[in-house]
Design a binder for this molecule. Structure first.
Ligand code: SF4
Length: 378
């Protein structure tokens, strides 16, 4: 039986970044205390049938989970251990923001079993950080990185964002060079997306910040891959690179159809077969539901056979190793190369996908246009 993952959402941040549309709010001690109590109740209320599988990844995402005290983190992990059988070699990740941790808190987190830190560097340029409304400077990032290493963290990820308003290729390449010089085990890189309703979208609308340049962002993407792969990183997923053996085991579950439990507001879960569900997005309503003894689940969806197949393709193709058509045929009794012969021919001729034995994979150009490729499978 495939092992499951556990995702825990912590919806608090020190300040609100201008591009953010995640379910987060500003950190307040009393809110965090109430939220953690609700979270613990939700986790321990799992029915035995739901937690029959071994869990081999735990992921604290947000928000800024590192704003919780080590005591609160311990409470949550205690609940997870009470409700699930946890693999002794589980990958336990916490998202952190530079400046939100101290050497003492990091050592405490390490003692609690957090063995991977993912942190939002985003850019090493202080002017760009300020424009994004980030609560840290590049000096904070470098200090947090040093503190993490000195506290015994041997598996670190940086998030970087390319295509920031006004960002030049030279500036981006400096960011990449700084990130690579630190040798993190993992790098996630995103092209900036402007979500309507965010302050950034409003700044762009009012002409206070330039429109992101999509063509330049594509060049930045290519450049990042060139530089990182030249020094030993493997491009294993559309937006992710790692040193050998350091792919994110938790995130890989999302792309390979493995089961995962989601706890906290806006968290999602999947049973690994056909059922997806998601929790109340609003933090206050989530806490109220738990305190009133109601379920925080607001949406449940039983996937149809076609949806299961479509998901298998467009999630699996995110992995740069490719998608195994033989395995797909064994599972679903259909040959993808026959089913989508015309589309695949078109994508192949356009240089967006390539075939290698039983594998179909995106090329780098295809990775940049992945949404267009995936659209035909939905
Ligand atoms: S730190 Fe992350 S989650 Fe928090 S406001 Fe900024 S982008 Fe959003």
């Amino acid at each position: 039986m495939t092992a499951a993952g556990v995702y825990i959402h912590i919806p608090f941040c020190l300040s609100r970044c201008s591009y953010c549309d995640f379910a987060t709010s500003i950190y307040r001690g009393e809110h965090a205390e109430r939220y953690v109590d609700a979270l613990v109740k939700e986790i321990v209320s799992q029915t035995p049938a739901a937690n029959a599988r071994l869990v081999d990844t735990i992921y604290f995402g947000g928000g800024t989970p590192s704003l919780l005290s080590p005591r609160q983190t311990e409470q949550i992990l205690g609940a997870v251990h009470k409700s699930f059988a946890i693999d002794g070699r589980a990958e336990v990740t916490m998202e952190m923001n530079p400046g939100s941790v101290t050497p003492q808190s990091l050592r405490a987190l390490r003692r609690l079993g957090i063995n991977r830190a993912s942190f939002g560097a985003q850019t090493f340029d202080d002017a760009e950080l300020a424009r994004l409304g980030r609560s840290h400077t590049s000096k904070d990032t470098l200090k947090t990185f040093r503190d993490l290493r000195e506290s015994g963290f041997e598996n670190l990820n940086f998030d970087l964002i390319a295509g920031l308003p006004g960002q030049t290729l030279a500036r981006w390449e400096e960011n990449v060079a700084t990130a690579l010089s630190l040798h993190p085990e993992h790098l996630s890189f995103y092209l900036l997306e402007v979500h309507s309703g965010t302050p950034l979208a409003e700044h762009i609308r009012l002409g206070k910040q330039p429109e992101p340049d999509e063509d330049l962002a594509a060049v930045m993407y290519e450049s990042m891959l060139e530089h990182a792969t030249a020094v030993g990183y493997k491009h294993y997923e559309i937006s992710n690179l790692c040193l050998p053996g350091f792919a994110s085991r938790h995130n890989t579950k999302y792309w390979t159809g493995a089961p995962y439990h989601g706890f906290g507001c806006s968290a999602h879960g999947y049973d690994g077969q056909s059922r997806r569900w998601s929790n109340e997005r609003d933090t206050a309503r989530y806490v109220e539901a738990i305190e009133n003894g109601s379920s925080p689940v607001v949406e449940e969806h039983e996937l149809t056979g076609n949806e299961v197949r479509a998901e298998a393709v467009f999630l699996g193709m995110r992995m740069m190793r490719g998608f195994d058509v033989k395995q797909y045929r064994e599972l679903f009794g259909v040959d993808l190369r026959d089913e989508h012969a015309d589309d695949l021919k078109r994508f192949r001729e356009a240089g967006l996908v390539e075939f290698d034995g039983n594998m179909i994979r995106l090329t780098r150009a295809g990775a940049l246009l992945s949404n267009e490729v995936f659209a035909v499978f939905v």
